[in-house]
Design a protein around this ligand. Structure first.
Ligand code: C2O
Ligand code: CU
Ligand code: CU
Length: 559
């Protein structure tokens, strides 16, 4: 028994005494099996964030942070080329903002904490899907509250389809199964997802000892003797999974964070770190009827110290082979094409040292500051980014607004085999203790602005293991630079408010109003003018309403 187990049992005994319940009912795994649930598909243009009760465990109502009252959050389904218009209404007792993880969107649409809104306010998202099919993710990105808000229930799938993917004949409909993995603590999370990280939790990340799949504890799912496509999303705060099956069967990796691989890769286990997605295909045609296969996370030692709970073996999902219906989907031998970047052609290398110094997780020793630019990166130039992990913790490193390619792993001076997932487009890459991972990064010439680069262990992120990256350069992408609605942003670098307005043939008055309704700026946009920069050095921190003609937009100035 390690110390952690001892602590768990002693609190369980105390809690059992206090609640006058038999000890067994507070065991680690809830007794009853529950049929795997699926979040509803979003069918409105509103996401309202509020706290309410949801059904998770047997015989309990659990207080959670939700979007539209459900946990996990609704699944968003879209096609390449779609315009997404969603209003986020914040009725949480905290500031809030949503980030679309893996999506290429304008800065003001990306959910940077600079744009977070207070309780009672709304944020209008309006962007176009400019990328390929894939399994993406959305979740809270509120400053210092990303871990808490995600743990308490806010986060869901963002699934994009396109013609290429749909023409492959992959299993679809009832045979295309999204699985969001989140670890929780059944002993303390039944009445509310209670988020109280200790110092140790902040160092290692906040982990639980049971896996919920789509919010279902102890989940079971009936399958047919046919091919399935599973979309795995690690929506956990810090837990890394080593996905496998028992009895051991091999499966086929077909897509990573940024969509399809070139060819399927046959594997028997797969690491999935927080923020990562993997689509796998599993063949149940050879399994006997009425047999059971369990998806599990296997025990592993990734090199973290004993105080870390990383590597705990747990069941993920019980699969019962109960039917013979056919999915008519099969495993294609080729899936897609990926243009391989050549490391020789990189224009420069950026090195990021990942450290734990005085128990603080850091990138290059820097503590995140909302209004400081840490790296300026030109659009459309190939760069090598090397993540050098000098610590004994794992760091899944994530870059916003780009999909990159992993090309090298080095540990203890030895070149390591790449992970199967390293062969596809990535936005999040696991860097193990004492490992250096090199990736090739090129931002599409589409959007300039301030984006984030951070560790996706959410406790590390909230402890400021995050940097601001300013993308600059010539925008030549296909998406139109003139927005469909008014957009405005505060640029902390120049201390200007930058307005981008749809083109108009008439002159329009520009008015900026502060929170008390006082006008702090008046000006004019001339016919066909679509951009305007306003000196904001004399404006106090706070919220402002930008009005251009009949359009309105909210901007927050932080200093
Ligand atoms: Cu999934 Cu910046 O986050
Ligand atoms: Cu992201
Ligand atoms: Cu980290």
């Amino acid at each position: 028994m390690d110390r952690r187990d001892f602590l768990r049992i002693s609190t369980a005994v105390l809690a059992g005494a206090a609640l006058q319940k038999p000890f067994q009912s507070l065991g680690r795994i809830p007794l009853a099996r529950q049929t795997l649930r699926f979040p509803p598909v979003l069918n409105s243009s509103t996401l309202r964030a509020y706290e309410t009760q949801v059904d998770v465990w047997d015989n309990y109502q659990t207080r959670a942070f939700t979007l539209n009252g459900v946990y996990p959050s609704p699944t968003i389904v879209a096609r390449t080329g779609d315009r997404i218009q969603i209003q986020l209404q914040n009725d949480l007792p905290q500031d809030h903002i949503i980030h679309w993880h893996g999506l290429i969107v304008p800065w003001t649409m990306d959910g940077h904490p600079m744009h977070q809104i207070q309780r009672g306010q709304a944020y209008d998202y309006d962007f176009r899907i400019v990328q390929r099919a894939g399994t993406y993710f959305y979740h809270s990105h509120t400053l210092h509250l990303t871990g808490e808000q995600t743990y308490r229930g806010i986060g869901g799938f963002f699934i994009i389809h396109d013609d290429e993917e749909e023409n492959l004949g992959l299993p679809h409909g009832d045979f295309d199964i999204p699985l969001a993995l989140q670890d929780r603590r059944p002993n303390s999370d039944r009445q509310a997802f209670s988020y109280n990280p200790t110092m140790r939790d902040i160092m290692t990340g906040y982990m639980g000892d049971a896996v919920l799949v789509n919010g279902t504890p102890n989940a079971t799912f009936n399958v047919n003797r046919t091919w399935y496509r599973f979309r795995l999303l690690n929506a956990s705060n810090a837990r890394i999974y080593l996905i496998a099956f028992e009895p051991a069967i091999s499966f086929h990796l077909i897509a990573t964070d940024g969509g399809l691989l070139e060819q399927p890769i046959e594997v028997s286990e797969l690491f999935l770190a927080p923020g990562e997605r993997a689509e796998i295909m599993v063949n149940f045609t050879q399994r006997p009827l009425n047999s059971t296969v369990r998806m599990v996370t296997k025990a592993f030692d990734i090199g973290e110290p004993p105080m870390s709970d990383q590597g705990r073996p747990m069941e993920v999902l019980e699969l019962n082979i109960t039917g013979t219906q056919q999915s008519n989907g099969s495993l294609p031998s080729t899936l897609s094409t990926i243009d391989r970047y050549d490391p020789q052609k990189a224009r420069r290398t950026r090195t990021f040292n990942l450290t734990m110094f005085m128990m603080q997780p850091r990138i290059n020793g820097i503590q995140y500051n909302l209004t400081r630019i840490d790296e300026r990166v030109p659009l459309n130039e190939l760069e090598i980014w090397e993540f050098v992990n000098n610590s004994n913790m794992s760091h899944p490193m994530h870059v916003h607004n780009v999909q990159f390619q992993v090309f090298q792993r080095i540990r203890n001076g030895q070149q390591q085999p790449l992970f199967p997932t390293d062969h596809g487009w990535k936005d999040t890459v696991l860097v193990r203790p004492r490992e250096t991972v090199k990736v090739l990064v090129k931002f599409e010439p589409r959007y300039t602005g301030i984006y984030l680069f951070h560790c996706h262990n959410l406790e590390h992120e909230d402890a400021d293991m995050m940097l601001n990256i300013e993308l600059y350069g010539r925008v030549t992408g296909v998406s139109s630079p003139s927005p469909k609605a008014l957009e405005a942003q505060y640029d902390p670098l120049t201390e200007q408010i930058v307005i981008a307005a749809p083109a108009a043939s008439v002159q329009r008055p520009v008015n900026i109003v502060d929170i008390r309704g006082r006008s702090v700026f008046r000006g004019t946009m001339y016919p066909h003018q679509t951009q305007m920069r306003i000196d904001a050095r004399s404006f106090a921190s706070g919220l402002y309403w930008i009005q251009v003609g009949t359009w309105q937009y909210q901007v927050r100035i932080w200093r």
